[in-house]
Design a protein around this ligand. Sequence first.
Ligand code: C5P
Length: 303
Amino acid sequence: MNYVMRVRAFAKINLSLRVLGARADGYHDLRTIFQSIALHDTLTIRAARGPFRMTCDDPICPTDDTNLVWRAANHLWKAAGRRGILRDVSIDVKKRIPLQAGLGGGSSDAAAALRALGRLWRVDERRVRAAAGVVGADIPYFLEGGTVLGLERGDLLFPLIDPPKAWVVLVLPPFGVSTKEAFGWWDADTAAHRGGGADPRVRRGADTEVGPNGVYEFVNDLEAPVASRHAAITRAIAALRKAGAAHAAMSGSGSAVFGLFVRQSDASRAARALAGRTRTTTLVTRTLDRSRYQTLAAPEPIG
Ligand code: C5P
C-alpha cells in the first residue's frame, strides 16, 4: 500500500486577459491567453493508511480544507465512488510559486494533485477533467498546459500553436492581490466609467492594443484596476520596458508582473537591474511549450 509519486505544478502567466463582462454566477466572462512557464511547485503524494494530511514548506500556505489541493482531492475521492471521508493519502507541497501573484500556483497544485490521484485511484480522464472544472475556473488549463486560449470563466479551452520561446523576468512585489478583489475593482471601475462614458482602457474587442511603444501589444484588463490601487505594479511594468522587455504586463489578477525577452542574457541583466528596488524580488524563468509541459508535468512514481 506504500506508494510515492512526485508531480510538478508549473506556473502560468496570462499573455492577454480581456474581461468581457460579469456573469450571473458571480464569475466574469474572459478571453485570455494562458502561457506555461518553467517556475514550479513540487508535490509528493504518499499512499499510506490513515487520515488525509497536507503539508507545505511555506508557512503562509493554508494546509486545511480551504486549500484547492485538499478540495480537489476530496472532490476526486467522491467522483471516484470511494466511500467515507478522504483518507489513505498525504500530499506535501514544496512551494516555489508565490501566493496571490496571478501565477496560478494554487490552481496548478490542485491540477497536479488531480493528475497524480487520478492515476493512483484509477479515475478516467473525463472524470478528472470534470473535477478540475468544479473546483476552480483556472484548474482545467493546468491539465493542458502550454499556450491556450481560455473563454467563458477561462475554462473553455482552445490550445494554440506554440509561439516562439521566450525568457521571462518575473517581478514579485512584497504584497499579494486576491483574485476576487481584483475582479471586484474591475466591476467598480467599469460601473464608475459607465456614467461618464466608456473607459478607453476597457475596450472590448481585440486581444491587442497600441502600447506605449506605438506597436500592438497584448492587454490585461485587470491591470488598470489593480495598478491604480498599487502603484508598484505600474512602476515594475515601466522598469521592465526600460530594461528592454519586448512586452511587459501584470499576470492575471497580479501582483506579479512579467517581462518577455528573446535572449537569456538580456533577461538576466534586466532582473539584476530591477532586483533590490523597493523590496521587490525578481526571478528569471522561461516559457514552456505544450509538449514539454506534458512531459514534465506527468506524475512520476518514485517508490
Ligand atoms: O475559480 P477561482 O476560485 O480561482 O476564482 C476566484 C474568484 O475570482 C472567484 O470567486 C471570482 O470572484 C473571481 N473570478 C471571476 N471570473 C473568472 C475567474 C475568477 O470573477 N473568470
